[in-house]
Every structure is written in structure tokens, then in C-alpha cells.
Design a binder for this molecule. Structure first.
Ligand code: JFZ
Length: 419
């Protein structure tokens, strides 16, 4: 059993650390929608299409004439995010292809000025988010830009149109990146966070410059760790794609960016889709370690969220609605080790047990620090709302709240969350 050594150690192990109050809305929100939507939806081969195909800028620009997402409905997107239980939306304002998904005065290569669509979807999304109480956030590729002659990354550049030796990075930095970030932070209302991406080669000075730039415009706007490859920069850590972190490994809160299939941007290629059960287990695994899950959709060139994505999100929402108390505003498990039967989330004085239904066997009920007898008495029966005071984990008793257990007679692979 875990014995409290001293407050610091305990907090370190539980991830219950002193947090920057600016991140509270984000850590309490636990679950966000990632949206990869851009000109790359037209060829429908993912957001790296231009690089993978080495499409010349002039040819890539021609795609804009075909991009007319008339079925785009911001309210419908926000409603789906809410139905899934997502508390914030991070949408690509500009990905590596350099195409801005909003009306940008800094660069005419944008959806409002360069396509027959002629509208500003981020403006419409900002209004829909404001109305629905969902926090709007932007992804911005601040270093890679295959459209701009002077963007310079340590490895992923447009070398088929531009010569590396002729790069003047500050022309891109001062002429496009910083002005566009200013547009996003001054014309779309409150922005919860900026999700910078792939900072390879950005100097420490320029990394600090962009942080100062953001904070001068919206001091409460959070910044993710990918703003720089210098350790410790950013208000929260974005793990690698689909990578799940460990509680307490960094003083900052962290998130897992996750795809529903294998792609971020829309693709018509065959994909293996994660089931709703897998997604729920991933969500529980992440929040059980005190992390956030940023789950991605890749909208179509018509402006719709693919039906299979919407279906998965509605199924996940069914679970998050039923188990909201054990998801939102929680911290991770009080124990450093991940139980084999599932995960735990916590609130002051409470532990929520998320137990994979297949784990409901005598053997696997050995919970770190919680005696079998407590659970066995409840786990193998239908139990209505009840509060259990369990033995002392810490100096003060923790209530082990098992609010509801509905167990089929035989364990199945159907996920059951017990809160
Ligand atoms: C980047 C982008 O290149 C990609 O298109 C997508 O937007 C993704 C969310 O972010 O890809 C990365 C960047 C960094 C890591 C993994 C994928 N990483 O640090 O492991």
C-alpha cells in the first residue's frame, strides 16, 4: 500500500501539483476536439499531401478554386463536440501547407480570399463556440510553411520551389507568422490556447519571441510545448501523436493528441478506425494519469465531419455523459502505478474506479492500497448509489464512491465505468 511520505512526494506521485491557475479550465475540461481541416482536404490524402507529392506551389494554389465547403455548419460541428463531451476545440488555422483557414490580411492565400467559398469559417466557429460555451483554440504551424519562400525548418522544407541558401527566415517570421498570430488573437474573441507545431530549428530567441507575442495579445492564452524544442517551454506538454504520458513526469499538465483512425487530415485511403470501446479506454487511461485527450476529426472538402467520426464521437459522448462526475474536474490516480484492472480518477477526498469490465474477476480486484473485501462486497452485485468509506489511504479517510455498478452476469469486453 502506498504510504504518504511527505506532501511533496505524495503530490508528485498523484500529479496533484501546484498548477498555473491559467490552465485550470483546460485540465478540468479533460477532453477536447482536434480539427484538421484545410486545402489538403481537396486531394483527400492527408495534411502532408503537398510535401509527400512535392506539388509545386502554383499547382497547389490551383486546388483553392475547387475548395467550396458549402455544407460547412459551425453550429453542427460545435454541437457534435458538445455531444461527445468535449469542452474545447483546437482547429488548424494554418497547417504546414501555409493555407490560412480564415480571412487573413497577412496573406491572400486563405479560404476567404482564394476560394469560391468566400467565407471565414473560423469567424463562424468562434460565434458558435461562444454561443455554446465551448472554448475555441487554434493550431498554428509556426515554422513549417511550404507556401512561403522564407519559412525554414530544420528538415521539412519546400525544397522543390525554394532554395535553402536563399532563405531569410525573419521575412517569414515578421511578415507572416507573427502578423497571422496577431490576427487570430485580436479578431476571434477569447482564444483558449495556441497549439504550435513542429518547431524544429526555431532558435530559443525566436521561441521566446513568439511566447512574448502571444502573451502581449492574450495573456491567458495557453501555449503548448511544441512551440519550441527547448525543454520546459509552453504551459502544457503535447505528447507525441497517440502517445500517453505518465502522471507526474512533468511539472506541467499534459495531453495526448489522438486520431480516430490513422490520419489527421481527411483521407479517402483505407483506415483502421478505433472502436468506441477503445476510445473510451484510451480516454480513461489518459485522465487516469492526469492527462487530457485531444481527439481528432478530419472534415471533408464539402465541410462535413465524416459520418464514421461523428458516430464514434456520439458513442463516446454516451459514456462521458453517464460518467461526467468521474471525468471532468478530476485529477489522475492517487497511485503512481497503473492498475491492471483499469484506472482511477480523483477529486479531493474521492476516488473514482474505472474498471474494465473484463477485469471483474476475483484476482484482478487487488487494488493498490484498497482491500479486496471492500470491492468484492460490491463488485459482484448490482449496487445502487452508495458511499463507501474505505480504509485510510492518507491521513484523512477517503470516501470510495462507488455510485453505480451494473455488471452483466458474465464479464464481457464491453467497457464498464464504475464511478
Ligand atoms: C504534427 C504534424 O506534422 C501533423 O501533420 C499533425 O498536425 C500532428 C498533430 O502534428 O506531427 C507531429 C509532430 C510532432 C510529433 C508527432 C507528430 N512528435 O513530437 O512526436
Amino acid at each position: 500500500a502506498l504510504k504518504r511520505t511527505d506532501n511533496t512526494d505524495q503530490n508528485k506521485q498523484t500529479g496533484l501539483m501546484e498548477r498555473d491557475p491559467r490552465t485550470a479550465w483546460w485540465t478540468q475540461g479533460r477532453f477536447g476536439m482536434f480539427i484538421h481541416w484545410g486545402l489538403y482536404a481537396v486531394p483527400a490524402q492527408g495534411e502532408w499531401f503537398m510535401y509527400a507529392s512535392r506539388t509545386p506551389v502554383r499547382e497547389y494554389e490551383n486546388l483553392a478554386e475547387q475548395f467550396n465547403p458549402t455544407e460547412f455548419n459551425a453550429q453542427a460541428w460545435v454541437a457534435l463536440a458538445k455531444e461527445a463531451g468535449m469542452r474545447y476545440i483546437v482547429i488548424t488555422a494554418k497547417h504546414h501547407d501555409g493555407f490560412a483557414m480564415y480571412r487573413s490580411k497577412a496573406d491572400a492565400f486563405n479560404i476567404a480570399d482564394a476560394t469560391p467559398f468566400g467565407r471565414d469559417p473560423l469567424k463562424e466557429l468562434a460565434e458558435a463556440c461562444e454561443e455554446a460555451g465551448v472554448v475555441l483554440c487554434f493550431y498554428y504551424s509556426h515554422v513549417i510553411d511550404w507556401h512561403h519562400p522564407h519559412a525554414l525548418h530544420k528538415e521539412h522544407n519546400n525544397t522543390w520551389d525554394y532554395k535553402l541558401e536563399e532563405k531569410r527566415f525573419q521575412e517569414y517570421w515578421e511578415g507572416k507568422a507573427k502578423p497571422q498570430i496577431k490576427e487570430l488573437l485580436t479578431e476571434y474573441g477569447r482564444v483558449g490556447l495556441l497549439w504550435f507545431d513542429t518547431a524544429g530549428g526555431l532558435s530559443e530567441e525566436d521561441s521566446k519571441d513568439i511566447v512574448r507575442h502571444v502573451q502581449s495579445l492574450q495573456p491567458d492564452c495557453l501555449i503548448n510545448s511544441r512551440v519550441s524544442h527547448y525543454m520546459g517551454m509552453g504551459d502544457f506538454v503535447s505528447k507525441g501523436d497517440n502517445e500517453i504520458g505518465m502522471s507526474g513526469e512533468d511539472a506541467r499538465p499534459w495531453e495526448t493528441p489522438m486520431t480516430l483512425n490513422q490520419s489527421w487530415g481527411y483521407t479517402t485511403k483505407d483506415q483502421v478506425w478505433k472502436t468506441a470501446d477503445t476510445l473510451i479506454r484510451k480516454l480513461v487511461n489518459v485522465i487516469g494519469k492526469g492527462g487530457n485527450l485531444l481527439l481528432n476529426v478530419g472534415p471533408t472538402p464539402q465541410g462535413t465531419i465524416p459520418e464514421l467520426s461523428a458516430e464514434r464521437l456520439r458513442e463516446v459522448g454516451e459514456w462521458t455523459r453517464r460518467n461526467a462526475e468521474a471525468v471532468y474536474g478530476t485529477d489522475g490516480s492517487p497511485f503512481p502505478l497503473e492498475p491492471e484492472w483499469g484506472a482511477m480518477t480523483t477529486k479531493p477526498g474521492r476516488v473514482y474506479l474505472h474498471i474494465h469490465n473484463g477485469a471483474w474477476t476475483e484476482r484482478s480486484l487487488r487494488l493498490t492500497g484498497i482491500r479486496n473485501k471492500v470491492l468484492r462486497a460490491y463488485a459482484l452485485a448490482d449496487v445502487s448509489q452508495t458511499n463507501l468509506s474505505c480504509e485510510q489511504f492518507y491521513d484523512e479517510p477517503l470516501d470510495l464512491h462507488i455510485l453505480q455498478i451494473q455488471l452483466p452476469s458474465q464479464p464481457t469486453d464491453q467497457y464498464v465505468s464504475v464511478i
